[in-house]
Write a protein that binds this ligand. Structure first.
Ligand code: NAP
Length: 479
């Protein structure tokens, strides 16, 4: 496949002609050639977006913008198999996960925000001798930067509210997983959206991403990615007074209390660690377990981890695919070596699995459970972002909460207990943006999504996204 940038309604190569290779992680083979764009391409995209924001797209009514989002949702739904296949090839995730999680959720994002703007209203504040009403206006041109773990799902989580509220978009997907972003551009093009409303620029983060955050013609940046990158993005966007939203890394705790219904919930706890090969920002990578059930939980998790069917992501029976890049597998393996140095015991996993010869160059790694590590060691506190869970015993609720909070991150946590009062108490005490109780990854698109501490700034979802992509203007009328 030969991908192209999509700028001002035209597919085009990088202005320099430079390209980079997109590698299929399960086979190690090249799947696409991608423009390696630079600041000049970003500049062209920003100009096209500005023309759209001040032209036909800016003049579109709320109903027309909502209709476009619904049409995008319908078009992806009609093409679900192709989108899922592209996502699976690009990321190494099982096709069944792409088909049942990634692409359906991307479709839902477009439908949800179409409905959200159709039904949204602004406020009026009454005074004795005046009324105030609020006008809500799009920011103008927004830059959307997304990571490789859930490519279309996370891109659509930004594109849908940005378009629905009337912004023109310049999007940059991760250069590691650009296929579904390209397919989205083709879809939007086919639907005849106003030229420049949606622009896509492929390339490296330090070139395209950095050019976007520094560009004076971009009014807002919504970024999802790692905490270290987020620091650069925040600093660069701040220097040009852009509105900025940062969804960053996590080291999420799974708190399992002695009264948890283990027979029922252990598969969900394992899923929280290993779905998408552990490459979800919300994955529970530190499993904190009451000492009385520690060994039972470890044995149960190890048995589930051993039972995953690792193999060809395109095989419908595969439940565990490859990591998304070879470089990332090396990073994760570095942490496995560190865990052993830090005194940990690898209970299961930790190796490259046996796979069929066609996948011998794939970036596969077994799901791994580690015990015996101190709660403050690097393995237990740094984000690994792979199929690695460390298990730590605790004795009291207060100790569990202190252990959960003892990291720089604060994205999400899950609490597993049958005691309702304890669930409320612990949920309130956790320093995270999100807490699940007896469930994980249950998503209502209206609720606030985001983290505290080093996990980010701002919230996405429902009215929070609508608020981010707009500026409120108060109009005060003397009566
Ligand atoms: P990353 O390296 O931070 O990259 C994220 C995006 O930023 C990519 O498109 C990347 O481009 C781009 N980028 C890199 N350097 C940049 C710069 N200087 N300026 C602007 N953009 C730049 O993260 P990743 O490795 O792709 O994704 C994994 C991370 O994302 C994990 O930490 C995970 O927790 C986090 N994440 C967070 C959430 C959440 O909602 N909180 C959701 C998913 C993932 P290139 O790929 O081309 O470098």
């Amino acid at each position: 496949m030969q991908l192209a940038n999509y700028i001002g309604g035209r597919f085009q190569p990088a202005l320099s002609g430079a390209t980079l290779d997109d590698i299929e992680p399960a086979t190690g083979e090249r799947v696409a050639v991608v423009p390696a764009s630079r600041a000049e391409d970003v500049d062209a995209a920003v100009r096209a977006a500005r023309d759209a924001a001040t032209g036909a797209w800016g003049a579109a009514s709320t109903a027309e913008r909502a209709d476009l989002c619904d049409a995008i949702a319908d078009a992806i739904a009609a093409d679900l198999d192709r989108f899922a296949d592209l996502e699976s090839r690009d990321t190494g995730k099982p096709l069944r996960v792409a088909k049942t999680v990634d692409i359906p959720r991307a479709i839902e994002n477009f439908r949800f925000f179409a409905g959200a703007v159709r039904h949204s209203a602004t406020e009026m504040h009454e005074m004795a001798d005046a009324i105030n009403y609020t006008l809500r206006r799009p920011l103008g041109v927004v830059g959307l930067i997304t990571p490789w773990n859930l490519p279309l799902y996370l891109l659509s989580w930004k594109v849908a509210p940005a378009l629905a509220t009337g912004n023109a978009v310049v999007a940059k997907p991760s250069e590691i997983t650009p296929l579904t972003a390209h397919a989205l551009a083709e879809t939007i093009d086919r639907l005849g959206a106003p030229k420049g409303a949606f622009n896509l620029v492929h390339g490296y983060g330090h070139e395209v991403g950095a050019a976007m955050t520094a560009h004076p013609g971009i009014d807002g940046i919504s970024f999802t990615g790692g905490t270290a990158t987020g620091k650069h993005v925040g600093a660069s966007a701040g220097a040009t007074f852009k509105k900025v939203s940062l969804e960053l890394g996590g080291k999420n705790a799974t708190l399992v209390f002695e009264d948890a219904d283990l027979d029922r919930v252990l598969p969900d706890i394992a899923r929280a660690s290993f779905l998408n090969q552990g490459q979800i920002c919300l994955c529970g990578s530190r499993i904190l377990v009451h000492r009385s059930i520690h060994d039972r939980v470890v044995e149960g998790l190890a048995a589930i981890a051993k039972g995953y069917r690792i193999g060809d992501p395109r095989d419908p029976d595969t439940t565990f695919g490859s990591l998304t890049s070879h470089a990332h597998r090396e990073k994760v393996e570095g942490y496995l070596a560190l865990a052993v140095q830090e005194g940990g015991t690898i209970v299961t996993g930790g190796r490259r699995p046996q796979v069929p010869p066609a996948l011998a160059n794939g970036a596969f790694l077994e799901p791994t459970v580690i015990t015996g590590l101190g709660i403050a060691c690097r393995t237990a506190t740094e984000e690994i972002f792979g199929p690695v869970a460390t298990v730590h015993p605790f004795d009291t609720d207060a100790e569990a909460v202190a252990m959960a909070n003892g990291v720089q991150y604060g994205l999400a946590a899950s609490v597993w207990t049958r005691d309702l009062a304890r669930a409320h108490r612990v949920a309130a005490a956790l320093e995270t943006g999100m807490v699940w109780v007896n469930c994980w990854l249950k998503r209502d698109l209206r609720v606030p999504f985001g983290g505290v501490k080093a996990s980010g700034v701002g919230r996405e979802g429902g009215k929070y996204s609508l608020g981010f992509y707009t500026n409120d203007k108060n109009v005060c009328i003397q009566l």
